[in-house]
Design a protein around this ligand. Structure first.
Ligand SMILES: Cc1ncc(COP(=O)(O)O)c(C=O)c1O
Length: 385
């Protein structure tokens, strides 16, 4: 039998996939696992999909359709204070594809990328696929999982480090980086000649008086910041596979060229719907955020009452709870919780070694189901003690 590549063999076995499969096969299980909105796409998007379905059978240019990029440039200027031209945008199949392409275009074998730990599970394997050398910046629970710029400085190897990745609002911790921290990170990038990959997938899912700031908007960042956006979370359009990256000219050109050899272009239908979504403004996302907030205010205090210490997330739709009062091994805890409480959630170890001892509870699930899941978790934890 012909062997598959070592590169693929070495990709991690992510628990979330298996757990969510179990949850789908057993409808009695309540899943607090989802990494995507539980809302449908907006009515206007669904209607527009039907309207344009007959006119979208052609490829688009690899960088994206010009009328879409024009809308993106307007949006970035107005909402993110990022000043770029259309030629600096590459439209991709979700931000995951953009991250893959940007990795291919910046990191040669064994060059370093610094990334937060715990962090989104899509990051590490992407860098490993390209034989880059990812290095973790450990985030601490005591600081609400913010990045400590001194920890970043300590990890930099002047010859090898090329990229620092940040993700704010963050999956899985819900942390949102402050302007002060972003300014310090920007200074580090300039001093050390590093790209900053800024994954802003949850940019509009923020609570209370939290502000989302794009690092690309800070002084001096135009040659260093690479910003990743997506329609998956903020427009509830995960299945449309639509995202984009805004990068300095040379890197944007390289990403565009590489795109031809991955998917050629993002689906034409999705790009036309992206225009519609941008023109619709923020009404729909604000409605979703209002409901996420209601769930957040119920779920997080209750988890804390139950002994799962969980900081109040400032953004995204996840609570990242410390389960060590009950169990150190997050995979074991989640498997037990599925079996005994019929509740699925994602083991912290899936987000990197610093995620061990934690579980990610998603509130992209119906309010009443979350309440029911919490009752079940309460019974389950009583027996754990
Ligand atoms: C932090 C983060 N970045 C990127 C992605 C990928 O999103 P997409 O490829 O759908 O745009 C996700 C998905 O869960 C995510 O949580």
């Amino acid at each position: 039998m012909v062997e598959i590549s070592e590169r693929e063999e070495e990709l991690p076995d992510v628990e979330i996939g298996k757990l969510l499969e179990i949850a789908v096969e057993h409808p009695e299980i309540i899943s607090l696992g989802p990494g995507e909105p539980d809302f449908p796409a907006a009515k206007e998007i669904v209607e527009h999909t039907k309207k344009i379905a007959g006119k979208v059978n052609h490829y688009s240019p690899p960088g994206g359709r010009i009328e879409f990029k024009k809308e993106i440039v307007k949006k970035l200027k107005k909402e993110n204070k990022i000043d770029v031209t259309e030629s600096q945008i590459v439209v991709t199949c979700g931000s995951q594809e953009a991250l893959l392409l940007a990795t291919a275009c910046t990191l040669d074998v064994s060059e370093q990328i610094l990334l937060p730990n715990p962090g989104y599970m899509g990051f590490l394997p992407t860098f490993e696929l390209f034989n880059a050398n990812p290095k973790f910046i450990e985030l601490k629970e005591e600081t609400g999982y913010s990045i400590n710029p001194d920890d970043v400085k300590k990890q930099i190897n002047k010859k090898k480090t090329k990229v620092l990745l940040i993700n704010s609002p963050a999956n899985p911790t819900g942390n949102v980086l402050s302007r002060n921290i972003l300014e310090e990170l920007a200074d580090i990038a300039i001093e050390n000649d590093l790209y900053i990959f800024s994954d802003e997938a949850y940019e509009k899912i923020i609570y209370d008086d939290t502000k989302h700031i794009s690092i690309a908007s800070l002084n001096g960042m135009s040659q260093y910041a690479v910003t990743f956006h997506t329609f998956s979370k903020t427009a509830a359009m995960c299945g449309y596979r639509l995202g984009y990256v805004a990068a300095p000219h040379k890197l944007a050109d390289a990403i565009k060229n590489t795109h031809i050899y991955s998917t050629v272009c993002a689906p034409t239908i999705s790009q036309l719907l992206g225009i519609k979504a941008l023109q619709m403004g923020n009404k729909y996302v604000n409605k979703m955020v209002k409901e996420y907030d209601r769930r957040r205010r119920m779920l997080i205090p209750k988890l804390n009452d139950l002994g799962i210490t969980t900081p109040m997330p400032k953004g995204a739709f996840y609570g990242f709870g410390n389960i060590t009062a009950f169990e150190k091994n997050s995979k074991k805890f989640c498997l037990n919780m599925i079996k005994k409480a019929k509740v699925a959630a994602v083991p912290g170890i899936d987000f990197g070694p610093a995620g061990e001892g934690h579980v990610r509870f998603s509130f992209a699930t119906d309010y009443k189901l979350i309440e029911k899941a919490l009752d079940r978790i309460e019974g389950f934890l009583h027996k754990y003690k």
